[in-house]
Design a protein around this ligand. Structure first.
Ligand SMILES: *Cc1c(COP(=O)(O)O)cnc(C)c1O
Length: 401
């Protein structure tokens, strides 16, 4: 057991090393010299095409496309689903900066929706915007892995003829009511960036059952006239009809990244168990600290606890700042969504000033003002998690009295 005043000395940005199997696969690609996805030898599918097949099979969608990032996958999803220039796209206001960025890049205008204390989109706000006919699209972002009631989201979208696109950057391996996250939308997008659930440095995956959307996404991603090399694709005549009119936006993945990801995909379910062991422990310990509350999680939500959030909703900004400074002294760096300046990986809607006048979202503003956030890398042992919670407890006892 740790001493009562022991300092936390782990780095919350430190992920696990690549498994030897992934390193070997990457070295094979390096030795071959064929890093570009279309640079395949006779009879060889290539790591990227194989990753797409395996990912689609794992998820349970017909088609998948590997991309340069989740942000670029979201952009391709919106373009391929037919967002027109100047068209509104509904989106929850609590999300990461690349999400409104992808909407803007696709020519859309983000219409940000309020969230709830449990960090999911406010379904009443969604329904009232939908009823006003504000948009044909809803890009739902399962920010930090918090999944809204997807049965209701689907029924609202059906009722108002809204196309659902899912940002599953933090829900690869999660599920709602027994269905994998990403199976509810027309298109779903995943991240393979270092801080998500499988790690290739940068990277993204898009998945859909729709033959025309995947054909457009493949062409948009920069397939030149080599789309026949994709194996996760519809028949070639689907491409024949549209290949002249779909611009190449160059957002491909390469074989090196795909080689790193294939073995990780096979390990994902096991890793999810390890994340949730750590999350469950931290959640219980943090919920016991007076003044700190983790969001409620619906029993239908099978989440991946790769990060944890908690609110200090009964405390003002000065007390929260004191608490964070003390935690820092004890070696724990905690992110605060209410910080007056956007720092690090920004996710406060009021820092996206290119969107024009800041929308009035009083509920979201209030929730974010006391919301804290930490990553849970798998390099933390359960004892590390206990020490982490102990340091947070000490900081809270001193700062919040
Ligand atoms: C990381 C993240 C993204 C973007 O992923 P990249 O692969 O870095 O482009 C999008 N949405 C959410 C919620 C994320 O956490």
């Amino acid at each position: 057991m740790s001493a009562p005043d022991e300092r936390f000395n782990r780095d919350l940005t430190q992920q696990e090393p690549m498994a030897e199997e992934a390193i070997d696969a990457a070295v094979r690609v390096l030795r071959s010299g064929r890093l570009h996805r279309y640079n395949t030898a006779e009879g060889e599918a290539g790591e990227t095409a194989l990753l797409e097949e395996e990912f689609a099979a794992w998820l349970g969608k017909k088609y998948s496309l590997a991309c340069a990032s989740c942000g670029s996958a979201l952009f391709l999803a919106l373009k391929s689903a037919g967002v027109h220039p100047g068209e509104g796209v509904l989106c929850n206001s609590y999300t990461l900066a690349p999400v409104p960025g992808a909407i803007q890049k696709a020519g859309g205008i983000p219409i940000l929706l309020e969230i709830t204390e449990d960090l999911t989109v406010d379904l009443k706000a969604l329904e009232s915007m939908a009823a006003m006919g504000k948009s044909r699209f809803f890009l739902i972002s399962h920010m930090r892995g918090h999944i809204a009631d997807m049965d209701r989201v689907e029924s609202i979208c059906r009722k108002y003829n809204i196309l659902l696109i899912e940002d599953c950057a933090h829900t690869m391996g999660a599920a709602w009511n027994g269905r994998k996250s990403g199976l509810h939308g027309l298109v779903s997008c995943y991240s393979t960036q270092t801080y998500k659930h499988i790690n290739s440095g940068e990277g993204g995956l898009l998945a859909t059952d729709d033959p025309e959307i995947i054909a457009r996404a493949i062409l948009h991603s920069g397939s030149y006239m080599l789309y026949d090399k994709h194996t996760s694709r519809p028949p070639l005549d689907v491409f024949e009809q549209i290949k002249w009119e779909v611009p190449n936006y160059s957002c491909r993945m390469d074989n090196l990244r795909a080689a790193l990801l294939r073995p990780q995909l096979r390990e994902l379910d096991r890793q999810v168990g390890r994340w949730n062991e750590r999350y469950g422990l931290l959640e219980e310990l943090i919920n016991h600290i007076p003044g700190l509350q983790c969001p409620n999680r619906d029993p239908r939500e099978a989440y991946v606890g790769s990060s944890i959030q908690f609110s200090l909703r009964d405390h003002d900004a000065a007390a929260i700042a004191r608490f964070l400074a003390l935690a820092e002294e004890y070696g724990v760096h905690i992110k605060w969504f209410g910080s007056p300046e956007p720092l690090g990986y920004t996710s406060s809607y009021d820092s996206w000033r290119y969107l024009g006048p800041c929308p009035d979202l009083p509920k979201t503003r209030q929730i974010l003002s006391s919301l804290c956030d930490m990553r849970i890398p798998l390099t933390l042992s359960l004892d590390d998690c206990r020490l982490l919670a102990q340091c947070i407890t000490r900081a809270a006892q001193k700062a919040l009295c």
